[in-house]
Design a protein. Structure first.
Length: 612
């Protein structure tokens, strides 16, 4: 019996379905039972539909249908999908399947035991299967990460074609029509499928940079980084404001070989050699599956959980921030972002976000500069740190080489005594004698990790390694500001003892570890507090889950919330302004050979004085 098909949506991508149905009907594989459409059909649609019924009410068309295809605006998917299932028909639902994770869960429950295909066309590419085989067999070596780059350009008409275009919501309903979740959704879904991470709980550590060059609600230039449960880093960098539009590319970074998937062309490039492959459309694959259940669906609804979790993160993220107009160029009916093509490519190649690459038009890129201290100053131990660090409003919140402590610089890691070697800078504290000159060590970069952490060696003056460090510095938007996450993992090849002046007997001076030197501020404008106390005397040397810094400067007030460490806080306000996480507050920290010590600190920066 020839399956009877009802199509909901005859415009946009629905037009491609309508053309495919006509071709399949001519081949005797399907029969068009009707079209559900709220707008009047144009000439091509009328020709393709012929004398079959057209109605705005799916209830008039679905009885007796075997397959219902939903290719309508995102915010209408759920209602129509349930109508198709309630009518007893099989469902082909265009991507993204739903606009919320809750709706996805409800749809999965409603469709339990029934085949539901989602229209991720890229997953029907035979090039994807070939790449999956290469990855699974070890043909590329160890997979170090997956990058996706997308540089498309959309004109003004793209955003006026429908009321939902470029919107996050419409009349209170979620739409999520941004670059990541609609035009480049295939890149995300394909990367997750290749990694074998399609379950709703298979992804975590999702960081987003949602930006917009146009005056729209949704993102048009964005970057996503996530980590799968398998440990794979996935970075997706995309724009709809490209200087030169090109088809998207998925890059698998292997330890031995590199592969490029051009999924819109069904082409795979390995070691510079291109292979062209065929593909199966979602509808053709669904028909094959219904004829023979042993044929798997290319994109079953249950395998879109990880993608939908990413979509949920995009939906609930802070609103996309505008890109400064200085970086925008009007190109006829298009808007270009200067340098965006290069930034997108570098993000996918280096598996870093725009902010981590310090792309100048990225608010997160402009918020902090990470690099080595090259100043040739006495008593300074050069080491990589963040300076200057700014709020999104541009207020500088770090100091560098202040007169009172010239070895202080921005936000970073500093260790005053590692087996007697000073890796903080300044003079060494000697019990009973105070601060005296001593051996200053050196810090060396072992590897600039991509996608993994940077690797550093903390050494004595002769270059002998005392400590090894794996470091990762991340940035993400939070509501009303941005958050820095600093992670350092220390390890030693032999036993190492970390001291501080506090562990040597100087009361209240257990500094050493993660440290943030604030700029020179009027102490009267600086308020520090935790859940257990307020002011320097009540918070210095005490552990607390978070510490707030509120600077009530009349011209440029700002607020920071520091969290993460379980060590006591080191706090200075009166003598100078500095915040630290004390590794050896009042007793030394001993690391045995092979033992690791992790330090993770998060700082959220906000303009203005925030309420407690």
């Amino acid at each position: 019996m020839t399956p009877r098909v009802v199509l909901a949506g005859a415009f946009g991508y629905g037009r491609l379905y309508l053309r495919e149905i006509a071709a399949l009907e001519a081949a005797g594989r399907v029969e068009l039972a009707g079209v559900c459409e709220v707008k009047a059909l144009d000439e091509e649609a009328r020709r393709l539909v012929g004398d079959r019924p057209v109605s705005a009410d799916p209830g008039e068309l679905l009885p007796g249908a075997d397959i219902g295809i939903v290719s309508t605006p995102i915010h209408t998917h759920v209602g129509l999908a349930h109508r198709v299932l309630d009518a007893g028909a099989h469902l082909l639902l265009e991507k993204p399947p739903t606009a919320t994770l809750a709706d996805w869960r409800a749809l999965v429950a409603r469709a339990a035991g029934r085949p539901v295909q989602v229209g991720f066309q890229s997953l029907g590419s035979h090039a994807v299967r070939r790449l999956a085989d290469l990855m699974g067999s070890g043909g590329l070596g160890e997979v170090r990460g997956i990058g996706v780059r997308g540089t498309w350009s959309r004109d003004d008409a793209y955003y006026t074609r429908a009321p939902w275009a470029g919107r996050r919501t419409l009349d209170g309903a979620p739409v999520v029509d941004g670059a990541l979740t609609n035009p480049f959704a295939h890149g995300i879904a394909t990367a997750l499928a290749l990694d074998g991470s399609t379950g709703v709980d298979d992804v975590d550590d999702i960081a987003l940079e949602l930006l917009r060059a146009r005056d729209i609600e949704a993102d048009d230039t964005s970057c996503l980084r996530l980590r799968t449960r398998r440990g794979t880093v996935v970075v997706v960098a995309v724009t709809l404001c490209a200087e030169v539009a090109e088809e998207p590319v998925l890059v698998v970074h292997g330890s031995r070989r590199r592969a490029e998937l051009h999924y819109t062309r069904h082409a795979l490039v390995v070691d510079g050699i291109e292979e062209r492959h065929g593909h199966d459309t979602p509808l053709a694959n669904l028909l094959d599956h219904l004829a023979d259940p042993a044929v798997p669906l290319n994109s079953p609804l249950t395998a879109t959980g990880a993608f939908t979790r990413v979509l949920e993160e995009v939906r609930t993220a802070p609103e996309p921030l505008p890109i400064d107009s200085a970086w925008l160029r009007r190109n006829g009916d298009r808007v270009d972002v200067d340098g965006v093509d290069s930034a997108v490519t570098r993000a996918a190649e280096r598996l870093r976000t725009f902010g981590e690459l310090e792309v100048p038009w990225s608010p997160l890129g402009a918020a902090a500069r990470y690099g080595w201290d090259r100043a040739a100053l006495p008593l300074v131990v050069p080491r990589p740190a963040l300076h200057p660090v700014r709020t999104l409003g541009g207020t500088v919140v770090t100091g560098e080489h202040p007169d009172d402590h010239p070895w202080h610089r921005g936000i970073g890691l500093a260790l005053p005594d590692v087996n007697g070697v000073n890796l903080w800078g300044g003079r060494n504290y000697v019990p009973g004698r105070g601060y005296e000159p001593g051996e200053l060590g050196v810090v060396r970069e072992l590897a600039h990790g991509e996608p993994g952490p940077d690797e550093l060696a903390w050494c004595d003056a002769g270059g002998r390694v005392l400590l090894r460090e794996r470091r990762r510095v991340r940035r993400r938007f939070v509501e009303g500001g941005w958050e820095l996450e600093w992670t350092s993992v220390l390890s030693a090849d032999r036993e190492v003892v970390l001291h501080s002046p506090g562990s040597k007997g100087r009361a209240g001076a257990g500094y050493g570890g993660w440290f943030w030197r604030l700029p020179d501020l009027d102490p009267a404008t600086v308020h520090v507090f935790t859940s257990g106390g307020s002011g320097e005397d009540q918070v210095n040397g005490r552990p607390a889950p978070w510490l707030a810094v509120v600077v009530s400067d009349p011209q440029r007030p700002w607020t920071a919330l520091v969290s993460g460490p379980t060590d006591p806080w080191f706090v200075r306000v009166r003598q100078y302004q500095g915040i630290g996480s004390a590794l050896a507050w009042d007793r030394p920290l001993v690391l045995a050979p092979g033992q690791e010590r992790e330090i993770t600190v998060r700082v959220a920066f906000h303009d203005g004085v925030r309420p407690p």
